[in-house]
Design a protein around this ligand. Structure first.
Ligand SMILES: [Zn+2]
Length: 86
């Protein structure tokens, strides 16, 4: 597992050559992890297209989701502490 979050903007990371970011939860109540290229929900995509290489990443994606959310909380706290949000 690369340390993909190092030096990235909040919530965006690259994994296996695919870029992801953390957006709003989708209408199906998924976590909000989305492809940067087309902004579609990663979990919805997997459910529609079982057997693709993405499906194999399901467990890893869920772990990534937790990581991103934790990082976003951390960044938000740091920004609040410095009183700026650029
Ligand atoms: Zn979804």
């Amino acid at each position: 597992m690369p340390t993909a979050l190092d030096g990235r903007t909040a919530g965006e990371l690259q994994f296996y050559g695919i870029k992801y970011y953390m957006g709003r939860p989708c209408k199906h109540g998924h976590s909000g992890l989305r492809y940067s290229c087309n902004r579609s929900c990663v979990q919805c995509h997997e459910e529609r297209a079982p057997g693709t290489r993405h499906r194999k990443l399901t467990r890893q994606i869920k772990r990534m989701t937790d990581q991103i959310q934790a990082m976003q909380h951390h960044i938000h706290r740091m920004e609040s502490a410095h009183g700026r949000a650029d």
